[in-house]
Write a protein that binds this ligand. Sequence first.
Ligand code: GTP
Ligand code: MG
Length: 454
Amino acid sequence: MVLDSLGSSLQDTLDSLRNKSGTLTEEDINPITKEIQRALLSSDVEVDLVMEVSERIKNKALNEEPPGGVTAREHVLNAVYEELTEVVGDSTEIPLEQQTILLAGLQGAGKTTSSAKLAWWFEKKGLKSGLIQTDTFRPGAHEQSQQLAERADLLHSVNPDEKDPVARAKTGLNEIQDADVKIVDTAGRHSDEDKLIDEIEAISEAINPDINLLVIDAAMGKSAKKQAKQFNESIGIDGVVITKMDGTAKGGGALTAVKEADTTISFLGMGEEVQDIERFDPDGFISRLLGMGDLKQLSERVERAMYEMDDEDDWSPEDILEGEFTLYDMKKQMETMGNMGRMDEVLNRIPGMGSQIMNKLDDDLIAVQEEKMRKFSIIMDSMTDEEVENPSLINKSRKQRIARGSGAEVKEIDELLEQYNNMKGLFNKMGSPEDMKKMAKRFNLGGGGGLGPF
Ligand SMILES: Nc1nc2c(ncn2[C@@H]2O[C@H](COP(=O)(O)OP(=O)(O)OP(=O)(O)O)[C@@H](O)[C@H]2O)c(=O)[nH]1
Ligand SMILES: [Mg+2]
């Protein structure tokens, strides 16, 4: 997504305000609004909208008085943040309760993939979920749903032999009646849009869904607006899922078009895997875009990572903050990081670690660190429980035994112990979970005028 570059380019421009005191002038603001215009335009946002937003940012920055204790830089950054949040609009309300959700959209938009992603997402929220394939148009649609459902261990209903989509929907709902959340996938067609609309209207009438979501490919860019309007007029949509946000340069166009079409974004698809889904959260999304990190998304990722780890062990990151930090904690910490996806992605979600640090972390460095984690994990498998709980027991002869068991060198074990001691020191400094919460609050935007690390 081209918008990704907004964070770092904007940071550079904002840095020019660092030592600025007194009133801001147009000369101070112009480079910043130019940067925003450039990023939005190259991400396919409509020209009129780009001009409107940059004008509003400029007005706010120049005419609104920053409250006491807020620097010029913070003041401008906040104006940018507020206006960009405004332009993407609210997030669709998605209640966590029993419901039927109907997915609509053009061919290849990502409906089938999203149906499994959504069911997976609701399962993570503690609601039993299942999917129903009603596509009688595309060969292989039923097999695709079945595979996705099996991968995520979801209830599902497929039947390639039934040729009537409405009948499919009805029997499907029966088949997965044990599910709290039932996701109904539909066929998509390029041409013959009328037929597609007729079909989905018939399904909608027959099953009376609680929520209709329109699935749009981010590559649609600003033309997403027309699509959203059309579907809204025919079946009435409650929100939009934007898929393929991981790939396209046009993501900004689709993101901003949804609000222009008088609807809201519900979820973002970020990849081909069932887990690659994010609830759309405008504040979090924009703060991440601006390189400010975002705790909410991080916690969703942690949740996901925790789920993927062995569920028999009940390790929780909070344990670290309560008891003694052991090698076991460090191992779990590493596994969590590994499960959280690429380290750079994880770091970018931690407040204050945004683009400043990311710029310095190149891919090679990340690869080296990941390899190290893998090695450490093998070494720890050769330790006794006692050693893991109390690493100070590991003397020279124990080190030699562990080295033999894991095929590592003694100096690698020393390195592991050194890292352990560093992490232990860090966690001791962090203090109690309450302290952590306070720290997190301090990093958050908005509260009390201060802008965290900025
Ligand atoms: N990179 C990426 N690929 C995606 C995403 N969502 C879907 N895809 C891919 O896009 C292609 C089409 O996705 P489907 O879910 O089959 O789309 P569909 O709307 O069901 O397509 P039809 O049923 O033919 O209308 C597949 O190859 C998916 O793997 C996403 O968020 N990111
Ligand atoms: Mg499909």
